[in-house]
Design a protein around this ligand. Sequence first.
Ligand SMILES: [Zn+2]
Length: 61
Amino acid sequence: MSKPHRGRALWKMPSRGRGTCPVCSAARIKLLYTKNKTDGGQIQVCKRCAKASSDRIDAVN
Ligand SMILES: [Zn+2]
């Protein structure tokens, strides 16, 4: 496994791995962490929200 959150790997991602975090609404931040919602969906969140509680994740649509 190479480093999935660093370097050139990001350039292959949509918008180069950046976007607006659905949890904290930070814009143009790198969304590198996949969080599983309790309803079965998955969302991409930023580093700050990678450790957010599941309550905050589930508050996202
Ligand atoms: Zn965030």
